[in-house]
Design a protein around this ligand. Structure first.
Ligand SMILES: *[C@@H]1O[C@H](CO)[C@@H](O)[C@H](O)[C@H]1NC(C)=O
Ligand SMILES: *[C@@H]1O[C@H](CO)[C@@H](O)[C@H](O)[C@H]1NC(C)=O
Ligand SMILES: *[C@@H]1O[C@H](CO)[C@@H](O)[C@H](O)[C@H]1NC(C)=O
Ligand SMILES: [Zn+2]
Length: 404
């Protein structure tokens, strides 16, 4: 260990272009996607990355797997010219995918971030923040999954999620008391600087008027409104509210084609989180709880057949009864989406190109020069067998290779 550190220092001092990385993940304390990083930070981030040339690699370009070629990692980005590379690698015809984007997670520690990264999740959305500090404190770890985060969940007093918010925080001001309370709530949450707003739709819960008002005020505040909806009635309300994304799928009865048509017409996106729906359906249910996984799976098939865009999200968490492992679950989610009727290609796009497009991340989601070097190298072709995404040989986040 001391020797390695010593060697790293010597290399860094004597050959500044031959860069060595320590094993840890320095917390740089910057919020890359919002603030402007200082020069000092950029310099620090730049010191730890060799220029890498990967030969004999088959790139998944978002549509198909291309014949073997050379891919270059240059600093934080995918480069074009292998000249000057200090690290050379023969990929032996392995397939290179864009790093996965998990559109629904709840990381609570650096360990969770490490698990996500290890399994190829290079971007994650955290869907519930209960204090202004909780979520930003997990941002900016060099070489680990890049995390974006929600507001506190907007829930009604007396609803199940409202009770959860109270249990977590003891703070009744986090609840939304009605349509005349949405301006106050949005204003308070804007001061937490969330990347997007989270709204809970359930019965009993927020009224349709209150939901509509939250969505419209979220948009006025320049952010997306993302809604939790886990049964048929909630999907109907979510669609009516014009929320940008509907997370979860019904565990009572499947949506129907006319609902899917309405969602399509409003340009809405669905994040089914089949991993957690399946886990919930397998729990021993309390009386009155619903657990019909067939309805969840069937809803995915219908949304997909009707052309509603679907994104991969797992609800990875270690807090609720349905524990979902970080990172590993992304691979099961892809399998579940395929079992629900999506093609392997659509499942892969749901974890890469489409979330980048619909979350508005122009710098990633595709293996192309100039994009972030968020990459997964896997043995085998996932267009032929979706399970091979598990055969991970290497992961890079922002040009830094992940190693445990
Ligand atoms: C909230 O806490 C109470 C008391 O511990 C518990 O009985 C209840 O199940 C919790 N509710 C939720 C939704 O977490
Ligand atoms: C908001 O509306 C509720 C009824 O829905 C009412 O009880 C409350 O007093 C109103 N609050 C304000 C600040 O107007
Ligand atoms: C489960 O969902 C399927 C699909 O919507 C439906 O046909 C079935 O009746 C549901 N089962 C129960 C017990 O509600
Ligand atoms: Zn969740």
């Amino acid at each position: 260990m001391y020797f390695r550190l010593f060697l790293a220092n010597v290399l860094a001092l004597s050959f500044p272009s031959v860069q060595a990385c320590g094993g840890g993940h320095d917390h740089l304390g910057l919020d890359e996607h919002r603030g402007t990083p200082s020069l000092g930070t950029l310099a620090l981030r730049g010191t730890c990355r060799p220029k890498v040339a990967i030969y004999n690699v088959r790139v998944f370009d978002g549509e198909k797997v291309l014949p073997p070629s050379t891919v270059v990692i240059d600093g934080h980005l995918i480069g074009a010219d292998p000249a000057g590379a200090t690290q050379h690698m023969d990929a032996e015809n392995a397939v290179l995918l864009p790093g996965f984007i998990d559109s629904h997670t709840h990381p609570g520690s650096v360990t969770d971030l490490e698990s996500l990264t290890k399994y190829g999740v290079t971007t994650a959305y955290q869907l519930a923040c209960f204090t202004p500090q909780q979520c930003p404190s997990l941002q900016g770890y060099d070489g680990l999954v890049d995390m974006f985060y929600a507001s506190a969940p907007a829930a009604a007093p007396g609803s199940q999620h409202g009770q959860m918010v109270l249990n977590q925080t003891g703070n009744a001001d986090l609840l939304v008391r009605g349509v005349n309370d949405t301006a106050r709530w949005i204003e308070e949450q804007v001061s937490w600087e969330p990347d997007f707003f989270k709204i809970i739709i359930q019965t009993p819960g927020l009224s349709q008027d209150t939901l509509n008002s939250l969505v419209s005020k979220a948009h006025t505040a320049g952010r997306k409104a993302i809604s939790h909806a886990a049964d048929f009635a909630s999907h109907r309300q979510a669609i009516l509210s014009s929320t940008d994304q509907i997370h979860h799928t019904p565990l009572d009865v499947a949506i129907d084609e006319s609902l899917a048509q309405d969602a399509l017409a409003r340009g809405q996106i669905v994040v089914p989180t089949l991993s957690v729906m399946k886990a919930f359906s397998e729990l021993e249910l309390r009386p009155g709880r619903i657990g019909n996984y067939t309805a969840a799976r069937e809803s995915v098939r219908i949304y997909n057949d009707m052309g509603v865009p679907i994104l991969a999200g797992t609800d990875a968490n270690n807090e609720i009864a349905a524990v979902i492992p970080f990172g590993e679950s992304m691979h099961s989610e892809l399998q579940l989406l395929v079992e629900a009727g999506m093609s392997n290609l659509d499942a892969l796009r749901a974890a890469t190109f489409l979330p980048a497009l619909y979350w508005g991340l122009e710098d990633r989601g595709v293996v192309e020069p100039g994009k972030r070097a968020d990459l997964i190298l896997v043995d085998g072709d996932p267009l032929l067998d979706i399970k091979v995404t598990r055969n991970i040989k290497k992961v890079w986040v922002g040009g830094r290779e992940f190693s445990t």
